[in-house]
Design a protein around this ligand. Structure first.
Ligand code: ATP
Ligand code: MG
Length: 393
């Protein structure tokens, strides 16, 4: 058993000693069976949140309403959730109210896919009530119970299905896939934040090209911002050289495939509720990519774009299969006399001391000096710059 489970075992045992049932559940059990890296552990218990809090010294009320308490134990934190069902659904979204129950079976029944409905007890025995182990063997994402009913309860599950196809290199079970195609329109009821989270995991998964094809085939792509009616542009995605591994690359590639104009980039990013920082970087990448596909950048343009954006743009070009000489670009960047504004041997104050009045005129002189230095026409040296200024003034 991986260390992360061994470390958590005393937490489960403590619950058992106190008279409750406790199991490892969800993604960690699935990933254990798949020999995948386990990033966190979820615990399900028959104890009510108040009872969990009484059992441990240090707890945090993470989501009491939904039955989740975080337990701090041995420097680790564990999310412990009371067995529950989600009986009342509103508008195809997750319910506000949950009902706590006493049986593990009820709790596993409400989970999305059979591979996510596995549990493991303190003896390391797997509880598999929905043939999740068989589906793991067959690499299938299959809804627990009736897929149509499950997607009506929570339409986000359709995105999650395709996300697991990407992350796990699985296929969709036939009825599950048919139900997504049939009910894809329900995805429009889900908040864009939740859709984005799954979309990014889809895009960054190792099988993202196949998953993206499925995302289009099931028509889920018709229900997300800017992609409706754009399958003819997006069909390039499954033919990419490889899957993006950075979120900035993912968004840049989608924007490039959609042929969005400059003024639409930030609107697209906002529609997907991306942060301003993410949006700014993606805009820089897409613009520099456009420049690269037309011409070779000047040294000043390389300076302006900066190392991070340069490398991000090279990544995007590689994924898109655009032939660019990335080594030459990086070598040229590395050879720039200065790489940041503060590396310039002089600044505005220096010019003021030379008698130049502060204002736009001073700004222009400073900019000109910077350009001369970057172009290699002027040495980045105080005395050299001083005599240059005397010459041009
Ligand atoms: P990851 O490795 O990305 O964390 P995960 O399977 O653990 O994958 P989570 O979103 O962390 O996914 O959810 C934990 C578990 O909760 C899932 O394995 C599943 O059993 C259940 N679950 C999560 N979201 C839903 C949902 N929308 N409907 C039903 N069950 C869900
Ligand atoms: Mg998880």
């Amino acid at each position: 058993l991986p260390q992360i489970f061994i470390d958590a075992l005393p937490v489960l045992k403590q619950l058992e000693i106190s008279g409750y049932e406790a199991y490892f559940v969800g993604g960690s059990v699935r990933d254990l069976m798949l020999h995948r890296h386990i990033h966190d552990i979820d615990i399900a218990t028959s104890a009510y949140p108040e009872e969990v809090k009484e059992t441990f010294d240090k707890t945090i009320d993470t989501g009491i309403k939904h039955g989740t308490v975080t337990v701090l134990y041995n420097g680790q934190s564990y999310e412990i959730t009371t067995f529950r069902t989600e009986s009342e659904y509103q508008d195809f979204r997750r319910p506000d109210h949950v009902t706590f129950v006493q049986s593990l079976e009820e709790d596993l029944k409400r989970r999305d896919f059979t591979i996510n409905a596995l549990a493991m007890n303190t003896k390391g025995e797997i509880i598999d009530l929905f043939n999740g182990l068989t589906d793991l063997d067959n690499k299938l994402v299959k809804a627990v119970g009736n897929p149509e009913k499950r997607f009506h309860e929570d339409a986000l599950r359709m995105m999650r299905a395709v996300r697991f196809v990407s992350q796990l290199k699985f296929s969709l079970e036939q009825h599950t896939e048919a139900a997504i195609l049939q009910h894809h329109k329900l995805l429009s009821k889900i908040s864009i934040e939740r859709v984005r989270e799954e979309f990014v995991k889809l895009g960054l998964g190792p099988n993202s090209r196949e998953a993206f094809q499925m995302f289009m085939d099931t028509k889920l792509s018709e229900e997300v911002p800017y992609m409706e009616g754009k399958q003819h542009l997006l069909e390039v995605y499954p033919k990419l050289q490889f899957s993006p591994s950075e979120e900035t690359s993912l968004w840049s590639i989608i924007i490039i495939l959609l042929k969005l104009q400059n003024d639409q980039i930030s609107k697209f990013m906002r529609a997907w509720k991306n942060s301003n920082a993410m949006s700014d970087e993606v805009e820089k990448i897409v613009n520099f990519f456009d420049l690269l596909s037309e011409t070779s950048p000047s040294d000043y343009q390389l300076f302006e774009v900066g190392k991070t954006t340069l490398l991000n743009t090279i990544d995007v070009a590689h994924i898109l299969g655009q032939p660019i000489d990335s080594k030459v670009l990086v070598d040229r960047y590395m050879a720039l006399p200065i790489k940041h504004n503060d590396e310039l041997a002089i600044d505005g104050n220096f010019l003021i001391k030379l008698g130049i009045t502060p204002g736009p005129h001073l700004g222009k002189i400073l900019e000109d000096i910077k350009k001369q230095v970057i172009a290699g026409l002027l040495e980045n040296d105080i005395d050299e710059i001083k005599s240059y200024i005397k010459k041009v003034m």
